[in-house]
Unconditional design. Structure first.
Lengths: 151, 256
């Protein structure tokens, strides 16, 4: 009786081992940290009618005249300590600059490494934007709100 | 490649069981105690070196020493060295170091079955690894282009618990062989949260909640003492029924 239980336990352990050995190496996690920007008009959250966003000096657009963006995800450049974005809210252009420190982050063996950021300061021009404030300094792969853009 | 290695281990897995099967089929005893030699074993694992030739991510040299305290409990001490490297498109990681796993083995076979020759049960270990690890390079690609970086070498001490069921058989007076599977739970990786070591010697990949492993040990063994182990005369725990001789009844009222 005890022996049969033992054989059962060992067989189960062996099956678990084989199953664990056969798991493929595909990454299913998010691997890029963004700074999340929420839009506010007064004290109420209000998505812009249209939003266009690109990195300053970059050709590609992150958002191109996109409607109803409640949380814009701003990719940060880990090579430098800050980067600027050209942002157009409802057709009016502005510029936002974020300063931060980048820290390596191990996601998993399958996904490898990425960077997460600690926001230090933010500044903007004031054509349509009234102000920009940091609400959460840690920009991680969970894509939460980090800054609020008041316009 | 991993499938081939699992097949090889599976073949080795059943080899010692054949001896035990013979023991079950051919042995019965009417006594309520049995002589059990207590053994000292010193062995090394051959599964990991074989796996290294198939898939050379990790070279692990593992050995152990154990002393039977009685017919049920054995004190064990595993230790080893591991040199791990993982090179992918996104990063190059390496870790190497030593580990120690003191623990206890519990023999679940009854003494009349094990008889000091067979061990089948569960081992419990506390593992400690002292190692260094580094990420010589990794690449991240995003909107701003490629970023290459590295993480310099760090030292760490990891802690984990291990449950290791298995089986071994004494093939000759001096030679024992058997296998173990192991399931380990990491208690502390030794690294900072954001740059934990991907691999811990003796444990395995640290990003899994539970790490699985398998070993096949060849051991030098010898008996240092023999004890008498008592047992209840039941079905010997082996699933076979003891054959009772028909009794010769004497009835005084009977003519025959």
């Amino acid at each position: 009786m005890v022996f049969s239980k033992l054989i059962g336990a060992i067989t189960s352990a062996l099956i678990l081992f084989i199953v664990a050995s056969c798991v493929d190496g595909t990454c299913y996690d998010d691997t890029e940290a963004f700074a999340g920007a929420a839009f506010f008009s007064g004290s109420a959250q209000k998505s812009p009618t249209t939003l266009t966003l690109s990195g300053s000096g970059m050709e590609g657009k992150i958002y191109n005249n996109k409607a109803s963006v409640s949380l814009a995800l701003l990719p940060l450049d880990p090579k430098v300590g800050g980067c600027s974005f050209d942002i157009t809210i409802n057709g009016t252009p502005d510029n936002i600059t974020l300063n931060y420190t980048a820290t390596p982050l191990m996601v998993s063996g399958d996904c490898g490494y990425t960077f997460e950021y600690s926001l230090i300061s933010v500044a903007s021009t004031n054509n349509i934007i009234d102000s920009v404030v940091i609400t959460n300094t840690r920009a991680s792969i969970s894509n939460e709100e980090n800054i609020r853009i008041y316009y | 490649m991993k499938r081939i290695s699992v097949y090889i281990i599976s073949v080795l897995f059943f080899l010692p069981l054949q001896n035990l099967g013979a023991q079950f089929n051919g042995n019965s005893s009417n006594t309520d105690s049995v002589s059990v030699p207590l053994n000292i074993r010193i062995g090394f694992d051959i599964a990991h070196p074989i796996l290294y030739f198939i898939d050379n991510n990790a070279l692990t040299i593992d050995g152990y020493a154990s002393v039977d305290l009685d017919e049920k409990f054995t004190v064990t001490f595993n230790s080893g060295y591991s040199d791990y490297g993982r090179n992918t498109d996104g990063y190059d990681f390496s870790a190497k170091g030593i580990y120690f796993k003191p623990g206890i083995d519990i023999n679940l076979l009854k003494p009349q079955i094990s008889a000091g020759k067979y061990w089948g049960g569960i081992g419990l270990r506390y593992g400690v690894s002292a190692f260094t690890y580094e990420t010589t390079s990794f690449t991240q690609t995003n909107y701003w282009g490629n970023t290459e970086a590295s993480i310099p070498q760090k030292s760490a001490i990891g802690h984990y618990l291990e449950v290791a069921p298995g089986f071994n058989a004494k093939i000759t007076n001096w030679f024992t062989m058997g296998w173990r599977v192991s399931m380990s739970k990491l208690l502390y990786s030794g690294g900072k949260d954001n740059i934990r070591p991907l691999y811990i010697p003796g444990y395995g990949q640290s990003d899994k909640g539970v790490s699985f492993g398998a070993s096949y040990y060849l051991s030098f063994s010898f008996s240092y003492k023999t004890i008498k182990a008592k047992y209840k005369e039941d079905n010997a725990g082996a699933g076979y029924e003891k054959y009772d001789e028909p009794k010769e009844t004497t009835d005084s009222n009977s003519l025959f």
